[in-house]
Design a protein around this ligand. Structure first.
Ligand SMILES: O=C(O)c1ccc[n+]([C@@H]2O[C@H](COP(=O)([O-])O)[C@@H](O)[C@H]2O)c1
Ligand SMILES: Cc1cc2nc[nH]c2cc1C
Length: 339
């Protein structure tokens, strides 16, 4: 799709709110099949739920995963002027080149699990405004970034991972979490790329200053994304929304991806029904965000890289779940006594 089917934020919200749910007949068929497979009931644990969930979104009781897509979105953040990251802002662009040359972790993980990987750099020469001074983005900026995400999703994709690259974006994600879930700045500020205790305390103050400067962001997913987010967060939200509308299952990545997802969930309570949490990252507040989203992470490996890396690793879990569900023999087929 070359152009997004929304021209206004109201259109975007309406698309998300009106998105179709999973296929209940496919779900019933998948559940029935799961009950006949050559294993004790429930013996594959959460893999069974995953396969049934996946089939319900793909509209089949016996699904396959043929075309996973990983999309990495990159953006620059004006809030880096506050000294909130352990790395300089130019690393964002340098890492984009690394992605394009195949040298990043996400390149290796995407290839390992057979996912197509795309990279979208969003106006890196024009960082968003420092949100301690005013809104990070205008409505036009937000719409453009949402549209970039929306159109980046291949129509043929059957499993989506969205990743982020943006020096300073753990501060943006913390500010979004503060806006949507309350608490204090310290509840959401973490080490990001590796700031020390003084750096975390500074981030907490910056997060609180951001919400004080942008009161419309409080409790409002669209305004939180516009005022406190960044272009890559908005593009991730746009891609996840497209996937929701097209019934493409999504694996959520870390703290930044989850903050973008939280904005969608605030807009529509069912906006993340097509998503599972790939992992819980080492960023201190990620677990609390996942809890607020009602998502139990598949993996907990101490990762805090972003790029979609934790979610890409979790593609393998879903592939395993779907392979068992769709490839195993039934008791009748295999001539195994079913007790
Ligand atoms: O995904 C996560 O949970 C995560 C946690 C910590 C850091 N990151 C990555 O590190 C960058 C942001 O860190 P920072 O310290 O610059 O805010 C950005 O490129 C993220 O992808 C990502
Ligand atoms: C080197 C580097 C790689 C990254 N990948 C995602 N965020 C990152 C941040 C840094 C600093």
């Amino acid at each position: 799709m070359s152009t997004a089917p929304f021209a206004t934020l109201a259109d975007f919200k309406a698309l998300l709110t009106g998105a179709p749910g999973p296929d209940t007949a496919a779900r019933a068929a998948a559940e029935a099949r799961n009950g006949q497979l050559t294993k004790p009931p429930g013996a594959l644990g959460r893999l069974e739920d995953l396969a049934i969930w996946y089939g319900s979104w793909r509209g089949t009781g016996r699904p396959v995963i043929n075309a996973p897509q990983v999309i990495v979105f990159a953006g620059n953040h004006g809030v880096t002027a506050q000294g909130v990251s352990a790395f300089p802002a130019e690393v964002t662009e340098q890492m984009v080149l690394n992605f394009q040359h195949g040298g990043a972790a996400i390149n290796q993980l995407s290839r390992t699990f057979g996912a197509k990987m795309d990279v979208h750099a969003l106006a890196l020469d024009h960082p968003t405004a420092d949100f301690t001074q005013g809104p990070a983005m205008s409505e036009a900026d937000l719409l453009a970034a949402l549209a970039t995400g929306w159109t980046a999703v291949d129509a043929s994709t059957d499993l989506l991972v969205v990743g982020d690259m943006g020096i300073g974006n753990t501060t943006a994600a913390a500010a979004i979490a503060h806006a949507l879930f309350g608490g204090t700045g310290a509840d959401w500020a973490g080490r990001g790329t590796g700031v020390d205790d003084a750096g975390v305390a500074l981030k907490a103050r910056v997060v609180e200053a951001g919400l004080a400067q942008n009161p419309t962001a409080k409790g409002d997913g669209v305004e939180a994304l516009r005022c406190l987010g960044g272009r890559e967060l908005a593009a991730m939200a746009g891609a996840m929304a497209r996937a929701r509308v097209e019934r493409i299952p999504v694996i959520l990545d870390g703290f930044i991806c989850s903050a973008a997802a939280a904005c969608l969930q605030q807009i529509s309570a069912s906006a993340l029904d097509h998503a599972v949490a790939g992992h819980v990252s080492a960023e201190g507040a990620h677990g609390a965000v996942l809890k607020a989203l009602g998502k139990e992470p598949l993996l907990s490996l101490g990762m805090r890289l972003g790029e979609g890396s934790g979610a890409a690793l979790a593609i393998s879990i879903l592939q395993g779940a779907v392979a068992c569900h769709s490839g195993m023999a039934t008791f009748a087929e295999a001539g195994v006594s079913d007790g």
